[in-house]
Design a protein around this ligand. Structure first.
Ligand SMILES: Nc1nc2c(ncn2[C@@H]2O[C@H](COP(=O)(O)OP(=O)(O)OP(=O)(O)O)[C@@H](O)[C@H]2O)c(=O)[nH]1
Ligand SMILES: [Mg+2]
Length: 359
């Protein structure tokens, strides 16, 4: 038995038939530890609260009922307020999160992690019973987080609802989650230094109904947007777009000067104009868009410049390839093809700027 006191916070909404096996299995798993289980219920009408109250007679269970609020993430935050443990865990009530994995989570905390995520996306983990559509939606949502919120890249599964952490990481942090993904909020806004993952298999829901609805996908996008705004990532994206547009002006200007004033053939001067716009974009991005990621050394300045050139050259090739492919092969109007090419090249450039040039 360690010195830790563990609070397991579990949001419930109409989970009557799941909570008895849930609490029994957690208790067996944490048998040798000091722990409490907090069920945060949003006034379920199926008798969940009565069953939970009965469980509290036998197990260290507390039931918190919110009468006028709904929402998974805020329910979890509500549970944090009442959690007494120095270590806090979060999991679903529907047995999709096997309670036995809590042992591995706790072990990771005891070994020095500040936060440990039960992960579907590392070797040993998975969701074998998911259909293709749910897989694609989940991976798509994951990529959005990884691209636009760099701090989520420390884990492969920032969307998991099953995790454990040291309570200190919550100190003096304000959380404003929207929707379901409380871990996402905590990874981006919290202060967790050492974050690790352990694998788990996401089981089928054993009983009761899913609360997953289309609404959640929209809430997710809103949440990503809100986190981007709070972390300055939205500003970064807008700056990158602004710098890109300024590059168009530089490109046109230099092309005009070299062709009209200097008298070079346009297909030669265009090469100079392209390079000039890449360099001006680079300098603006280095001092403006990625100021927080720039390292002072002159050598790394040139290595970033080189990387940026490589990325832009590949981006231009992609843009050109899409233009030709969509126009000649698919038969789309060339101006629309070009626009799609520009958009995809833009995403390419931004992605590699974040992940490589200014990583
Ligand atoms: N307190 C509270 N709990 C909720 C709410 N919505 C969902 N939950 C609980 O949060 C957990 C996850 O919800 P699920 O509906 O299982 O979501 P999911 O696992 O993504 O979807 P399925 O795979 O279909 O089960 C379960 O324990 C639910 O009971 C809510 O509005 N309030
Ligand atoms: Mg579920």
């Amino acid at each position: 038995m360690g010195d830790n006191f563990i609070s397991i916070v579990i949001p419930t909404y109409n989970e009557r038939d799941n909570i008895v096996p849930l609490v029994e299995r957690i208790s067996r798993t944490l048998n040798n530890h000091n722990y409490e289980i907090l069920l945060v219920d949003d006034n379920s009408q199926d008798g969940t609260v009565d069953v939970a109250a009965k469980l509290a007679e036998k197990y260290p269970v507390k039931v918190l009922v919110r009468a006028n609020e709904r929402g998974l993430a805020t329910a979890v935050l509500h549970g944090f307020k009442y959690a007494r443990g120095n270590v806090v865990g979060v999991m679903d009530a529907d047995l999709q999160h096997p309670p036995e994995v809590n042992a591995a989570l706790l072990k990771a905390i005891e070994n020095g992690a500040d936060m440990v995520v039960a992960s579907r996306y590392i070797p040993g983990g998975g969701c074998p019973n998911w259909g293709l559509t749910r897989r694609i939606i989940s991976k798509g949502a994951l990529s959005l987080a990884h691209i636009f919120l760099p701090s989520t890249r420390q884990v492969k599964d920032p969307m998991s609802g099953y995790f454990m952490f040291r309570r200190d990481g919550l100190d003096q942090v304000e959380f404003k989650p929207i929707g379901y993904k409380i871990l996402l909020e905590m990874l981006v806004m919290g202060k967790f230094q050492h974050v690790v993952e352990v694998p788990f298999i996401f089981e089928d829901r054993s009983s009761g109904a899913s609360k997953m609805k289309a609404r959640q996908q929209i809430d997710y996008l809103k949440h990503i947007f809100s986190l981007m705004r709070r972390k300055g990532e939205l500003k970064r994206l807008l700056r990158f777009i602004g710098v890109g547009l300024s590059g168009v002006i530089v490109n046109e200007g230099i092309l005009w000067i070299l062709t009209d004033l200097v008298g070079i053939r346009y297909y030669i001067s265009s090469l100079g104009a392209i390079e000039a716009s890449i360099i001006s974009n680079f300098i603006l991005n280095d001092y403006f868009t990625f100021a927080d990621r720039r390292t002072g050394k002159i050598g790394s300045f040139f290595s970033r410049l080189l990387k940026f050139n490589v990325v832009c050259a590949a981006g231009a090739a992609i843009q050109y390839g899409i233009l030709v492919l969509l126009t000649s092969v698919v038969g789309i109007n060339y101006l629309i093809s070009n626009l799609i090419g520009i958009l995809i090249a833009f995403i390419w450039n931004y992605f590699f700027s974040l992940f490589w040039t200014w990583k």
